[in-house]
Ligand binder design. Structure first.
Ligand SMILES: *[C@@H]1O[C@H](CO)[C@@H](O)[C@H](O)[C@H]1NC(C)=O
Ligand SMILES: *[C@@H]1O[C@H](CO)[C@@H](O)[C@H](O)[C@H]1NC(C)=O
Length: 130
């Protein structure tokens, strides 16, 4: 009986410390990881190769503390992220928009913009034409 009670107390203690610890780490995650939603290019947007275009993302609710404030914009071509040729990099993620030059890529593919801050966020599918 004594052993049984000890076990219950141990279990309660473990549960209590777990439940007090969990919200703290979730809160830390919420504060540190900034995942800016891509606003533009939106669905139905058409970009022409070689033109200058503006990528916009939502910076309305940034966390107070951002672990990485350097942004990077990557083009996803038919679902393949072209990390070797970022459209923009090293800018402040809190800018909210930046001009990029449309790279010479094939027409007829499905393109998406991914804005990376602490982690990436993909925008809508849009079109690039030659
Ligand atoms: C940006 O995000 C906020 C909430 O975080 C939302 O209220 C607002 O409508 C968004 N703006 C755009 C242009 O999507
Ligand atoms: C963005 O990526 C997520 C996860 O891969 C996916 O569920 C979502 O449909 C994508 N959004 C668009 C607009 O493609």
């Amino acid at each position: 009986m004594k052993f049984f009670l000890t076990t219950i107390i141990f279990t309660l203690c473990a549960l209590l410390s777990f439940s007090t610890a969990a919200p703290i780490s979730a809160e830390l995650l919420k504060r540190d990881v900034f995942v800016p939603p891509v606003i533009s290019p939106g669905k139905g947007t058409v970009w022409k190769v070689g033109t200058e275009q503006t990528v916009k993302w939502n910076v309305t609710n940034p966390p107070k503390q951002i672990t990485n404030n350097k942004g990077e914009i990557i083009l996803s071509n038919n679902g393949v992220l072209d990390f070797a040729n970022p459209l923009a990099e090293g800018f402040n993620i809190l800018l909210g928009e930046i001009k990029v030059t449309v790279p010479n890529v094939a027409s007829g593919h499905k393109y998406q913009i991914i804005v990376f801050g602490d982690s990436g966020n993909n925008g809508s599918y849009f079109t690039i034409t030659q």
